[in-house]
Design a protein around this ligand. Structure first.
Ligand SMILES: C[S@@+](CC[C@H](N)C(=O)[O-])C[C@H]1O[C@@H](n2cnc3c(N)ncnc32)[C@H](O)[C@@H]1O
Length: 338
């Protein structure tokens, strides 16, 4: 597929300055090809340290095209990267584990280590979940947290593999809590902590978001009519200096529904109340169909209504390895000074 290779070469040319910058700052995990914006919709190519992770979301990549792009990237990086191809073009973005196109080598599927902002992260090409263990478009937010955490108490909500928590610990936070309901994700978070043993020991809170954040915020836990709530972890009301709220686009649990399109407020309100006076709340919305301006207005209005007006609101865009021709990247991040 010569057109794909042409598009890939152009993407690599454009990234030259960024890659030099990232390597200098201790980062070897980044996006090399962002297909939707660079000429092959539904294809992404990411470097995770020694590993090259190729993912297709719309159509299966032919074997020859896959091997050609691998060779092109190796030549450009001057590395023998370990190729993993995860075809997610079928069945609700599940990985096709039958691997008919390309069998990854045993070395590529081993537990590996990637780096970002000088920190070590677990890299695993295939695991029980679908996504790679580090979301690369959040790198700038992690960098911001690392630069602004000294002496702070930090709460990382929807923590996944705890990358934000790790950055807070590396930035000199005095206390870091990572909260997520998925035990497997927090287990990887613990592995990430173990890979960086010089850092402050973090807390890992396995809980559904809704009961946890409402207790921290001092709000009642709503019971649905006629339905008994499952048991939940008890937490005391308290606030944190720096809170990060990065929820998935949609998720349903026994306690409520995460729905970034229809109801950001029910996530935001308790997170605002859990942020200390003079504290910072970083909130994200990764839904492409939500416009930044509309969402920002909603967020500011909610804070005002709650009596926690925002003193300053900064927009943080993903780095240029996630290009966006119209200047509207799906991942939107607001840094709110309260
Ligand atoms: C998109 S990831 C968040 C990315 C993460 N903030 C990061 O830094 O990479 C979504 C996470 O939310 C968690 N999650 C989804 N619904 C939840 C809920 N109701 N309570 C707690 N965690 C939830 C999932 O387990 C998953 O780890």
């Amino acid at each position: 597929m010569p057109l794909l290779n042409q598009a890939l070469r152009a993407a690599l040319d454009t990234r030259q300055p960024l890659l030099a910058e990232l390597h200098a700052q201790g980062t070897d995990c980044y996006r090399l090809f962002h297909g939707s914006q660079e000429g092959a919709s539904g294809l992404t190519i990411d470097r995770y340290g020694p590993q090259l992770m190729v993912q297709s979301f719309h159509t299966t990549l032919e074997n020859a095209a896959l091997l050609e792009l691998h060779a092109t990237i190796n030549a450009r990086l001057g590395l023998e990267t370990l190729l993993v191809y995860n075809d997610r073009s079928r069945g609700n973005s599940r990985i096709d584990r039958s691997d008919t196109v390309y069998q990854a080598s045993a070395a590529a599927l081993e537990d590996l280590i990637g780096h970002e902002w000088g920190l070590k992260y677990r890299v695993r090409g295939r695991h029980a979940g679908q996504d790679p263990l580090l979301f690369l478009d959040l790198r700038n937010a992690r960098g911001w947290v690392k630069a602004h955490s000294a002496g702070k108490s930090v709460l990382n909500l929807f923590a996944y593999t705890c990358g934000v928590g790790l950055c807070a610990a590396a930035g000199g936070a005095r206390e870091v809590w990572n909260l997520d309901f998925a035990e497997g994700n927090l287990t990887v978070g613990r592995e990430n902590a173990a890979l960086n043993p010089e850092l402050l020991a973090m807390e890992f809170i396995q809980s559904d978001y809704f009961p946890a954040i409402r207790q921290l915020a001092g709000l009642p836990i709503a019971q649905r009519r006629g339905q008994k709530l499952p048991s939940y972890l008890r937490l005391e009301q308290r606030q944190f200096d720096l809170v990060l709220l990065d929820p998935p686009a949609w998720a349903k649990s026994a306690f409520g529904t995460v729905d970034l399109l229809r109801d950001y407020q029910s996530l935001l309100k308790p997170a605002l109340l859990t942020t200390a006076e003079d504290g910072v709340l970083i909130c994200c919305n990764n839904l492409a169909k939500v416009a930044l301006e509309d969402w920002r207005e909603q967020v500011l209005r909610c804070a005002n209504k709650l009596g926690r007006p925002v003193r300053d609101c900064q927009v943080l865009a993903p780095a240029t390895d996630f290009p966006s021709a119209d200047g509207r990247p799906p991942l939107k991040t607001l840094i709110l000074q309260l």
